[in-house]
Design a binder for this molecule. Structure first.
Ligand code: PYC
Length: 394
């Protein structure tokens, strides 16, 4: 799939983080701009961080025009990814439903639907009868504790095989000459004045004029190495998967009120997630509290699966920004670039983030599609508030 290399003394760019963001950036640098003297380094293994831990939901039904345009480009890239990478990424656009159980969330769904439509994204608010047609087992009657008043329905949304995405990018980037170095930890960033000159790794010094921070969880620690503090706090987000059962759940179903989202994999397992853990931590362990709370919420939504057994649970790390939008682009340190702060949205943005970061590195110009996500917005008061588009309670 990809080769092992000795570390070279110098690279045109060093990308930190071999998840979907880092590998996609490397791939598009090589594929779109002919730059392949690039090292992607990771302290662990390919896709071992957020890329292997998310619940693989892809969607573009965001709240702000900037967010909708950005994630829609990602959905489009995902749609052609299997062909582009010659690797089956199993993208299943089975539709995405965000349930509203009260007037306030129905209003937000209407708002999102209108912004989506204005940006050419297929989303609409539907009522209980239509929800029942799409998800027949769902109790849409008025007798439940949290009656379902409607939902934001987003037909292009769905799920993907997240490991395949990471492996596909790694394989394609490798074939174009990019070097991937696993078990290679960044331990420092050498600067000359305000300019990057080298990435210092546990395995040696890599001379380079460009370093891209494509990490999740450790985004702030890497940026601190360059002297660029970030307004980010890190929270674990847990998820769980059940034993497989016959296919019965077509769409992805999200309920912000009940703090639960669920989809059924092609193997028949139900993949569940809930809210981020309330404490900041770098822990990626599951907890009993989470499973108990999740089970309570799930049973409010789907009482009929009470006997289903949980196979395993895990956690990933979410770098939360004040406005729930990422931090992308240049920094005050020349040659140090950011692709961080993904909160709970990172995996779905991988392709568009990679494409845009590659363009920035290759041309020196910030692409319009990421201009709103710059670091300077926090000082300037230009926040891009995406909290209302979260699947996850916070
Ligand atoms: O934004 O769809 C989402 C999501 C689901 C789980 C975490 N984020």
């Amino acid at each position: 799939m990809w080769r092992q290399h000795d570390l070279a003394a110098a690279y045109d760019a060093v990308i930190v983080g071999a998840g979907v963001h880092g590998l996609a950036t490397a791939y598009y640098l090589a594929a779109n701009h002919g730059c392949s003297n690039i090292a992607v380094i990771d302290k662990g293994y390919i896709g071992g961080g957020g890329s292997g831990r998310n619940t693989a939901i892809i969607r573009a039904n965001y709240l702000t025009p900037e967010g909708v345009r950005f994630y829609d480009r990602s959905v489009k890239l995902y749609e052609s990814l299997a062909v582009d990478l010659n690797f089956n990424v199993m993208f299943s656009q089975r539709g995405h439903l965000t349930l509203a159980h009260n007037d306030a969330s129905l209003r937000t769904m209407r708002w999102r639907a209108e912004v989506n439509k204005l940006e050419g994204v297929d989303s609409e608010v539907i009522g209980p009868d239509e929800i029942k047609r799409l998800v027949p087992f769902m109790d849409v009657s008025a007798d439940t504790r949290y009656p379902i008043l409607g939902a934001l329905y987003h037909p292009p949304g769905g799920i993907i095989r997240h490991d395949a995405v990471v492996w596909g990018y790694a394989r394609a980037a490798d074939a174009l000459g990019v070097q991937i170095h696993q078990n290679t930890e960044l331990v420092g960033i050498e600067t000359d004045g305000d300019k990057v000159v080298a990435a210092l790794t546990g395995r040696g010094r890599l001379a380079t004029p460009m370093i891209v921070n494509c990490t999740a969880g450790w985004g702030t620690l890497i940026s601190d190495m360059a002297g660029v503090p970030l307004p980010i706090v890190t929270h674990p987000l847990q998820a769980a998967v059940t034993e497989p059962v016959k296919p019965f759940l077509g769409a992805v179903v999200v309920s912000g009120t009940l703090h639960v989202y669920v989809s059924q994999t092609d193997r028949g397992e139900l993949v569940f997630g809930a809210s981020t853990d309330q404490y900041t931590s770098y822990s990626m362990r599951g907890s009993l509290e989470f499973t108990e709370e999740l089970a309570g919420h799930v049973l409010e939504l789907m009482p009929s699966i009470a006997k289903l057994r949980v196979l395993r649970q895990w956690a990933g790390l979410c770098d939360m920004t004040p406005d729930f939008s990422p931090v992308m682009g240049v920094t005050p340190v020349e040659g140090f670039y950011l692709d961080v702060g993904w909160g709970t949205y990172g995996f779905k943005a991988g392709p568009v983030a990679g494409e845009a970061m590659a363009e920035l590195l290759a041309t020196g110009k910030t692409p319009e599609i990421i201009a709103a996500f710059d670091l300077a917005r926090f000082a300037d008061g230009r926040l891009v508030g995406e909290k209302g588009a979260a699947a996850v309670g916070h």
